[in-house]
Design a protein around this ligand. Structure first.
Ligand SMILES: Cc1cc2nc3c(=O)[nH]c(=O)nc-3n(C[C@H](O)[C@H](O)[C@H](O)COP(=O)(O)O)c2cc1C
Length: 191
């Protein structure tokens, strides 16, 4: 069986988004992927090499001031070395974000990730499930409770720690990891 290699390039200022990165990892590993968690604010040469050797890269960041964090933007700019030679062309890409407000302008962060992926010639893998929590018999415990399509989006109260990341958001991030790994298997070149 083909074993896809997935790297999760993420930033988390206070640990909330890191919980989601771990959930994406768990979902992808559950269906057989090899997964590397790479905090982009401390990225090493070895971790850049892991990214280069991955079949898929997941971008993850908290939403700060309506976009990805400064640390993530620094990483994104540093990927321009790879952009120059289209080194990441045809890898798969996906993304997740987390913010204090239910909306919090998170869509802008996910859109930024899709543009980053497109600039690299990567193929974007979306969430692939309908929105939850949008009818009278629905609940905030639904998968994709915040109703995003581009990627996994989470909301965590600003006065609570990483333990308070919502279980439904963790499950949604796990779903994204599974979906990306399954897609990577389908895209794998024949041996
Ligand atoms: C500098 C800064 C800017 C923020 N901007 C937003 C924002 O635009 N929208 C929002 O809903 N929450 C915003 N927040 C709240 C964070 O997104 C939220 O606390 C998140 O859980 C932090 O994730 P982290 O612990 O992974 O850094 C901001 C927080 C900080 C520190």
């Amino acid at each position: 069986m083909t074993t896809p290699v997935i790297s999760i390039a993420f930033h988390s200022g206070y640990g909330h988004t890191a919980v989601l990165a771990e959930a994406v990892r768990d979902g992808a590993a559950e269906v057989g992927a090899t997964v590397h968690l790479i905090p982009v604010d401390t990225i090493t040469d070895e971790q850049w090499s892991l990214l280069d050797a991955s079949d898929a890269i997941v971008f993850g960041s908290p939403t700060y001031m309506g976009t990805a964090s400064g640390a993530f933007h620094t990483f994104a700019e540093a990927t321009s070395k790879r952009w120059f030679n289209l080194d990441w062309k045809d890898k798969l890409a996906a993304g997740f974000t987390n913010s204090g407000s239910k909306s919090g302008d998170k869509l802008n962060t996910l859109q930024f990730f899709t543009i980053l992926a497109a600039q690299h010639g990567m193929h974007w893998v979306n969430l692939g499930i309908h929105p939850g929590w949008n009818s009278s018999d629905a609940s905030e415990n639904d998968l994709n409770r915040l109703g995003f399509f581009l990627g996994a989006a989470a909301q965590t109260n600003v006065d609570e720690g990483p333990d308070a990341v919502h279980k439904a958001d963790i499950a949604t991030a796990e779903h994204l990891g599974r979906r990306l790994a399954e897609t990577a298997k389908r895209f794998a070149p024949a041996a």
